[in-house]
Design a binder for this molecule. Structure first.
Ligand code: F6P
Length: 410
């Protein structure tokens, strides 16, 4: 018996906005496949909100092959803000609404972080556009209300597609840097993306970083003193040290006597965000000068968010897409699928998913449970959180202590 697809004649359109991640194509493919099951026609909007301006830049994904394993986003991305901003005072919402009508889009699915989904939320609340949000950010700071149970305590954690693969990349990169750092007995300061949150920086400890600085805890003059003391001590213990640093760390500047951030450019995007880069160099140079220890900086830059989609992300995007299918069937809009708890890969299944109202979308920085600001380290709870995602931390080193030859005994 032939069954009619219930949403035949209806159209879903997907867009991705903001910084890319290795899991966006996987999200698009998984959402597209679920929507096809229901009979939707599926469009892709190119370059985020930008693809809904002017004439519109929209492609048909319905019957196209789609490689979800390839990182980044085949729909391309932008940081276009539909709402008036300092950089662009024009309200572009009317253009967006007109294009959604012109292309006969019935449901809009927005893959993004706080900016893209924040704009989608406003479109849903203000204009009644049927929107479903989908999380994405390597920074992992978009609130997903995912519970991590550690030693009997429930901690509100975050789990956004893109973070697992980026965390694996940061961990691997740090692990590789160990051998060169050990060989030269240096301090290596590894800089990791993360404007407002240190979730990704924490993954460097899985590759052997001993200390970490994150944006959530300002490095005031007093904390800086303590930090240098800690670096000196930890370096003495093994004569090499890796310190992971978030790009957005606020660092006390001796000259200006102010907390400052290090920018790669003076430009801001349409959401008002500056582009960071270089704080690791400042910190390494101060370590060399103040402690007389050779220090080097290494900016991980775009490497963590590049390359193929990892296994955890693949399964995560599949489970969250199952939840999208559910929302589509129920015509339940203004929601975003999330994992309800932190689980290992094999438990990334729909029964562990939930939805949150787009109204409660926002930033979720690291909490005290995960970072110990006195010792500049991530806690055991964080290690447990990340172990669910990456498996065991990798902390191998050359490992031999050779006996010194005494020429007098020869
Ligand atoms: O999307 C967030 C992010 O990964 C931040 O950590 C970083 O500051 C930003 O992207 C940089 O992205 P781009 O240089 O592509 O604008």
């Amino acid at each position: 018996m032939r069954q009619e697809k219930i949403f035949k004649g209806k159209t879903v359109a997907i867009l991705s906005g903001g910084g890319d991640t290795p899991a966006i194509n996987s999200s698009i493919e998984n959402i597209r496949n679920r929507a096809l099951i229901l009979g939707f026609k599926v469009y892709g909007i190119r370059q985020g909100w930008k693809g809904l301006l002017g004439e519109g830049d929209i492609v048909d994904l319905t019957n196209q092959p789609y490689n979800g394993l390839y990182g980044g986003t085949a729909l391309c991305s932008s940081r276009t803000n539909p709402f008036p901003s300092e950089k662009n005072p024009e309200d572009r919402v009317p253009q967006i609404i007109a294009n959604l009508k012109k292309y006969k889009v019935d449901v809009l699915i927005t893959i993004g972080g706080d900016d893209t989904n924040g704009a989608a939320k406003r479109l849903y609340e203000r204009e009644g556009i049927p929107v479903i949000g989908f999380p994405k950010t390597i920074d992992n700071d978009l609130r997903t209300k995912t519970i991590h149970t550690y030693n009997g305590k429930d901690i509100e954690a975050v789990l956004c597609p893109g973070f697992p693969t980026a965390a694996l990349n940061v961990s691997n990169m740090t692990r590789h840097l160990r051998s060169t750092n050990e060989s030269h007995q240096r301090v290596m300061v590894v800089e990791v993306m993360g404007r407002d949150a240190g979730w990704l920086t924490g993954s460097a400890i899985f590759g052997g970083a001993e200390l970490a600085l994150v944006p959530e805890y300002e490095m005031t003059a007093e904390r800086k003193e303590r930090f240098f003391e800690t670096v000196k001590q930890r370096y003495q213990e093994k004569k090499n040290l890796i310190i992971a640093v978030s790009e957005g760390v606020r660092w006390w500047n001796e000259e200006t006597q102010k907390l400052s951030m290090v920018y790669a450019s003076s430009e801001t995007d349409e959401y008002g965000h500056p582009r960071f880069g270089g704080v690791s160099g400042v910190i390494a140079s101060e370590i060399s000068t103040r402690l007389g220890i050779q220090a080097r900086s290494q900016i991980s830059g775009y490497y963590p968010r590049s390359g193929m989609c990892g296994e955890y992300d693949r399964q995560l995007t599949s489970s969250l897409a199952d939840k999208v299918l559910d929302l589509l069937i129920r015509e339940d809009y203004g929601k975003m699928p999330v994992m309800s708890k932190i689980v290992p890969t094999e438990q990334l299944e729909e029964y562990n998913t939930d939805t949150i109202d787009m109204g409660s979308i926002g930033n979720r920085p690291l909490q005290n449970d995960y970072y110990d600001s006195d010792s500049f380290t991530f806690t055991d709870a964080y290690v447990d959180f990340l172990t669910h995602i990456l498996g065991k931390p990798y902390t191998s080193s050359f490992g031999y202590t050779f006996a010194k030859v005494n020429p007098n005994l020869l």
